[in-house]
Design a protein around this ligand. Sequence first.
Ligand code: ARG
Length: 458
Amino acid sequence: MKLWSGRFGKDTDALVNELNASISFDQRLYKEDITGSMAHAAMLADRGIISREDTDAIIQGLRGILADAEAGKIAFTADNEDIHMNVEALLTARIGEAGKRLHTARSRNDQVALDFRMYVREQIPVITGEILGLMEVLCRQAGKYQTAVMPGYTHLQRAQPISFAQHLLAYAAMFRRDVTRLEDCAERLNECPLGSGALAGTTYPIDRHQTAKALGFEAPMGNSLDGVSDRDYALELLSALSILMMHLSRFSEEIILWCSWEFKFIELDDAYATGSSIMPQKKNPDVAELVRGKTGRVYGDLMSLLTVMKGLPLAYNKDMQEDKEPVFDAVDTVEMCLPVFAAMLDTMTVHTDNMRAAAGKGFINATDCADYLTKKGMPFRDAYTVVGQLVAACGQKGKTLEELTLEELREVSDLFESDVYDALNLENCMALRGSYGGPAVSETKRQIEEITAFIKAR
Ligand code: ARG
């Protein structure tokens, strides 16, 4: 018998049961559901809505269910549709009459809104903790490679010299924003929907401030319709996770490139790479490829919930039961990817010699050459043209800029003097880029200090 079978004359069709039931996935919320019910029951007694004895029995019963669920001893059933009715039915089976009083002044609509919000609230620190772990690895690796020159790219064409540290710290800066985005989400979601009822509050003298406080919320939500209808917090989480995965995916793409024979900037540890079933020589960056691939499913999770919500009239609609699986999927995916990704970076071997060799080709000191002339008085735009001619000449001669003789250089401008070779030296080109946020060691040090302080403050 369904808890809501009162006005029905027939059993639910079996297929409808299957379609309607959410217990297969929302049983994950048993702890939040039971915690919420305990706070609700305590408030009902405090407000004289049910007796103290009933509340004591309810809380005792819920404790027992929680312990059994934790021990994996409970078989939730689709006959009871969802986690809320499963817990209530179990409670009544265990404690009798008192169990039937728990749902006074409450609806599954505010109950599910509460459970899901608490779930998201609990997952955020888990995820930010993992991001901070990844940032720690990046700081550690960056610390080691502050003078390792590599080509910086635009359009995937070698552009200007940077350090490997600067490249890694760019990702640390992105992950730092991801952490603060998630923290913002956690702060905004921390209002309690419990007591919104089905949609219109209740006539019982409940105390929403009491339950909000007991459950660790800043305040009760101010509007009962919004209380049961709002899924912004889930969308904010999915948005923040999509952006996080986008960062991880860009990073993955670079790791895949760097592992290729064309680059060979890094090699992954054997524990974080995989082989081929046919090609004996292969060592594949599957971790990075999977993270890049799984980014698609997290975007899909976001799009799926945005689409579920877009046409819904107020207040609760059953469509909203579709909110959970995308969020669970995105959370599981992110929580699986982050630690593996961090460990992969922590254990990689960095081939600084190959980075340096790549930096030596592609004229990435051409801007420095133009800057040299500019500092000697030539307008930058003219210097740009002159160096363009030099690069073209180098192409024909098969030389780099620093391999040109002073005579060859002076053919295009007599501002060139022997100190030009210092100006073209790649280590100098990198070291002198000390503008705020640049790749010079003084600036990578500052970045590492700031990011370390950010991590410590959490
Ligand atoms: N299982 C439902 C969900 O996940 C709980 C709320 C159901 N409310 C209702 N009136 N049918 O959304």
